[in-house]
Design a protein around this ligand. Structure first.
Ligand SMILES: Cc1ncc(COP(=O)(O)O)c(C=O)c1O
Ligand SMILES: N[C@@H](CCCC[NH3+])C(=O)O
Length: 437
């Protein structure tokens, strides 16, 4: 077992997060509970600021807020002066409610709805990562009607396979995202934008995948993009003034994961981009990155209460907890490999191998596939699962009508609830009784 953040510590038999005892959190807020270390989030956002925003001229790191989206996180991002990547009008609406600067919001998505485009533009969110030809038509029309200009970065697929699972690879040929770089397809998109009245071409966008550990994939994607920049110049005489190098920075979920260093990834990306522009004698472009998981993933620890423990002779022991795939779909969806600990027996030797299962009515409802715990584990213990800060709360559901857990931030020995636990009333909040008419 490895604690994936310095903000989680073990003293005696107890797990502490930002100096707060996990069992105190569980008794105060109930379980299952998403705990997010604000100390960790601040550390990561500060890294984005000091090692990217402040380090390079005209650079902007974006936090990919699909990984964790709520008022509190947008307020924190705002404090560090970083931008955000939003993938729906819903995410944009939360960011705006948090007071986020619309000029630092980049609107992504492979099927932005007309209503979403209208919503974004009428709220002064004008930076769009353009994904497809239909979107170009929609933007041209809707921006014209609203008297707005869309500032476009064009998402191009470099043809590179990278990422932690097939479902989260986006840089290879067979993907629903972006314009293909084959047969000059992306050049046709840029021609259309250059000929449009209400869309301004600013640059290119790359996102090769998520949970990436391969530095070479980033370097080769950027090299390919410099080829695209040249082709754009040759075809249209336009120097691309913005390059968004995407996110996807892999983090450690277990002891086998070996994440790349943030500065290694970013300096290699910058070397390729600046090197190319210097060679051409062009002014450096604005460069953006957009990690999500890297910012919040290791900040998250989910606390569960242990319930039934079932020993199946010659097979394994199942430890069931009071949450499951409704609060963490990633094990079922991506075969993700989590690590965890009995938070109230953290100092005890871990001699018993178990599988931690959820309480949903699915055999695939596994939280931790395989973990060594104290042999003394019993109902009522608090089981903590690490690295649940990214794509857990945002991908949660009410499957089996489980109310969604609360999200609590911890910081310097203190706690605050940022999303309250759902109640049974919330489960019927959208049900209406109507007669047929
Ligand atoms: C376009 C885009 N940018 C950024 C991200 C963030 O990815 P990650 O959380 O792996 O950094 C994603 C998700 O893969 C994405 O699709
Ligand atoms: N939801 C995915 C990442 C997808 C990132 C967005 N394109 C995960 O949990 O790993």
């Amino acid at each position: 077992m490895v604690l994936q953040t310095k903000f989680a510590t073990i003293k005696g038999n107890d797990l502490y997060i930002d100096g707060v005892k996990a069992t105190d959190l569980a008794s105060q807020y109930g379980t299952p509970l998403y705990v997010m270390s604000e100390g960790h989030i601040r550390q990561q956002m500060n890294e984005l600021k000091t090692k990217f925003l402040d380090k390079y001229e005209n650079a902007l790191p974006l936090f990919a807020s699909k990984s964790f989206s709520c008022l509190a996180i947008y307020k924190l991002a705002s404090e560090y002066g970083i931008g955000i990547d939003c993938v729906s009008a819903g995410e944009i609406s939360i960011a705006l409610k948090a007071g986020f600067d619309p000029d630092k919001i980049y609107f992504h998505g492979n099927n932005k709805l007309p209503s979403e485009i209208e919503y974004a533009l009428s709220h002064d969110v004008t930076h769009f990562v353009i994904d497809n030809f239909y979107e170009i038509e929609l933007c041209e029309k809707i921006a014209g009607e609203l008297g707005k200009k869309v500032k476009a970065t064009v998402r191009v697929v470099p043809g590179i396979k990278a990422g932690g699972h097939n479902f989260i690879m986006t840089g290879h040929k067979d993907t629903k995202f972006g314009f293909s770089s084959h047969y000059g397809i992306y050049l046709k998109a840029i021609a259309k934008i250059l000929n449009s009245e209400n869309i301004e071409y600013e640059g290119l966008h790359a996102h090769i995948g998520s949970q990436v550990f391969d530095l070479y994939a980033y370097i080769s994607a950027m090299n390919k993009f410099m080829g695209f920049v040249d082709e754009i110049y040759e075809n249209f005489g336009v120097v691309t003034s913005k390059v968004n190098a995407g996110g996807g920075y892999g983090i450690a979920y277990n002891k086998n994961d070996e994440p790349l260093d943030f500065e290694v990834i970013t300096s290699e990306i910058m070397k390729v981009i600046y090197g190319h522009y210097d060679e051409k004698g062009w002014a450096h472009p604005a460069v953006m990155i957009e990690p999500g998981r890297y910012v919040v993933g290791n900040a998250g620890i989910t606390l569960y209460t242990v319930g039934a423990i079932k020993e199946i002779p010659d097979v394994r022991t199942y430890v069931s907890v009071d949450g499951g795939m409704a609060d963490n779909i990633r094990t079922a969806l991506y075969d993700a490999d989590y690590d965890g600990i009995v938070a109230n027996k953290a100092g005890e030797t871990k001699t018993k191998n178990v599988r931690v299962a959820g309480k949903c009515c699915e055999s695939g409802d596994i939280v931790v596939k395989d973990v060594n715990v104290t042999a003394n584990i019993m109902p009522g213990d608090i089981f903590a699962v690490f690295t649940t800060g990214a794509y857990n709360y945002t991908m949660s559901s009410n499957y089996n009508q489980l109310p969604k857990p609360a999200v609590v931030f911890t910081y310097e020995g203190k706690t605050k609830c940022v999303i309250r636990r759902q109640t049974f009333d919330d489960l019927v909040a959208y049900d209406v009784t109507e007669d047929y008419k």
